[in-house]
Design a protein around this ligand. Sequence first.
Ligand SMILES: Nc1nc2c(ncn2[C@@H]2O[C@H](COP(=O)(O)OP(=O)(O)O)[C@@H](O)[C@H]2O)c(=O)[nH]1
Ligand SMILES: [Mg+2]
Length: 229
Amino acid sequence: MKKVSIIIPAYNEEEGLKKTVKGVIQAVPDAEIILVDDGSRDNTWKIMEKLSKEHKNIKSYRHKKNKGKASALKTGFSKAKTDILGTIDSDYTYPPKYFPAMIKKMEKGYDLVVGSRFLKGFPKKYPLIRALANRLGALASSIILFHKITDVTTGLRIFNRKVANLPTRAKNLDFEAELTARVIKSRIKYAEVPITMKPRLGMSKLNLIKHIISFFIAVLRGAVLKSNP
Ligand SMILES: Nc1nc2c(ncn2[C@@H]2O[C@H](COP(=O)(O)OP(=O)(O)O)[C@@H](O)[C@H]2O)c(=O)[nH]1
Ligand SMILES: [Mg+2]
């Protein structure tokens, strides 16, 4: 398996961060792990510092102010040393155990492989309203982009530099949707693998109504704006 860098952005995630990182180490022991604290006000940074002292493969970076998830991910992309990148949220919802299968799938010639929570039905441990919003968002995106997509917002992803370098304007949680839309529009090779999920540790940062609006703007922007990969 090729060497990968897993980027873990976090904003006030003291409850789920350590468990997430331990899971990543277990799943992909020789991965470079890049932690990015996005101006948290809880103990997130302290936990990151400790983790990077304890493990030679873990590096921690910090934004002094909160700049949004997209910016934290981009900081991670710029620090990563390998050409295969992975992302996972730090709230413990996405099981890192799927990374090896996703990396294997990439090696079959894909550029972006996402872990889809909806490829095999509805996840049991996910609030129904969120699940419905996600299903509708995926359906609308599939129509807009003319390509079957079952999970546009998933945080569990493996991709190469071609994808990481695509121009995006999203600032926060709309980043994933814009990236997927751009990948499809740029005819870059996209694949999904089914994943399960766990209940979130700590408080959600998501404002559903605000997110739905920025989500649609992001998909449309990804679908309409030209990019030259
Ligand atoms: N870096 C960064 N990450 C954020 C920010 N807001 C949310 N996140 C992260 O994005 C992920 C998804 O947010 P979350 O609150 O879990 O939304 P939900 O999964 O839809 O409930 C989590 O890992 C959050 O820590 C932010 O402002 N900056
Ligand atoms: Mg979450």
